[in-house]
Design a protein around this ligand. Structure first.
Ligand SMILES: C[S@@+](CC[C@H](N)C(=O)[O-])C[C@H]1O[C@@H](n2cnc3c(N)ncnc32)[C@H](O)[C@@H]1O
Length: 283
């Protein structure tokens, strides 16, 4: 009798350990298979800027949980290893430039025709996304950079599908990558500890207190930009142009001062991918 009780007592720690292990497993193990979504969702997912290694783990995880991915062919090729078995919808159907516009109000016949065509293509894309969501699938829209910084090509998705409560997965903007390329705290200006993210159009409104300015150029002629800046900033203010931020092999910086930079850039063609920084944080 005594022996039996001792044996049972020996078993207590073993049983307790098994119980605790099962309990831990219950909480640690996902409640869904790895390739199934926890719940169908509609996601706007940043894939970062530049090279593919600037995507985040969270973005990869969200893509993994989505059965339908909306992106350009180029993006699909770059991120092919995360997209195997997914249904890909072509983002170039979005015609985002004319979203919310009344095509009939456009006078130029060519522009009106383009608007109508864009609307038709967009309707196809919208229908496909709606069908996928109705089938209980998760949809991920892939976006370059931070889609909430001058995110023209993406903001229409948030509007059109607001009933689906879109969730945005954050990511690396060209702004973050360019800051890293410059390697200095952009808030450490002498007169102000602030930075303004802007476009050429708004320079005059904010330049008065000489903040650091980060200018998203969007095809602005560089000469025009510099002339505008010279009106407000002292001529010896540092200026830097960061080209291809986030691309290890292509990224480069041209530095100068407002009164010298045009000599350095004369005759050079600028790619779309360049950001301009102005401010004495670079002194
Ligand atoms: C419409 S904005 C989009 C910015 C994007 N949402 C982001 O967060 O990276 C486009 C502008 O961003 C800048 N840009 C985009 N990619 C860039 C890159 N790789 N390097 C430098 N500037 C870039 C250029 O000034 C371009 O005109």
């Amino acid at each position: 009798m005594m022996e039996r009780r001792t044996r049972i007592l020996h078993l207590v720690p073993v049983v307790t350990a098994v119980f605790l292990a099962l309990l831990a497993f219950q909480f640690a193990a996902p409640t869904h298979a790895a390739d199934e979504p926890a719940e169908a969702g509609f996601y706007l997912v940043s894939i970062g800027v530049g090279d593919v290694d600037l995507i985040t783990l969270r973005a990869i995880d969200t893509i993994g949980k989505s059965q339908v991915v909306v992106c350009r062919q180029r993006t699909a090729d770059q991120f092919a290893k995360y997209l195997e078995g997914k249904e890909i919808l072509d983002d170039s159907l979005s015609g985002w430039r004319t979203y919310g516009k009344r095509c009939s109000d456009i006078e130029d016949p060519q522009a009106r025709a383009a608007c109508l065509k864009g609307r038709e293509r967009r309707a196809t894309l919208i229908n496909r996304i709606r069908r996928a969501v109705n089938d209980g699938k998760s949809v991920a829209i892939l976006a370059g950079g931070d889609p909430l910084i001058y995110g023209g090509p993406y903001r229409w998705y948030l509007e059109e599908f607001k009933d689906l409560h879109p969730r945005v997965v954050p990511g690396v903007s060209c702004f973050n990558a360019a800051n890293a390329a410059l390697g200095r705290d952009i808030m450490l200006g002498k007169g102000s500890h602030s930075a303004v993210l802007t476009t050429a159009r708004d320079i005059d409104k904010f330049a008065q207190h000489h903040p650091t300015m980060v200018i998203f150029t969007m095809h602005t002629k560089f000469e025009d930009l510099v002339e505008k800046l010279k009106i407000h900033y002292p001529p010896d203010t540092p200026i830097a142009i960061v080209f291809y931020a986030g691309y290890k092999d292509k990224e480069r910086i041209t530095r100068g001062r407002l009164d010298t930079i045009l000599e350095k850039t004369r005759g050079k063609d600028f790619p779309f991918e360049h950001l301009v920084y102005v401010g004495n944080f670079m002194n």
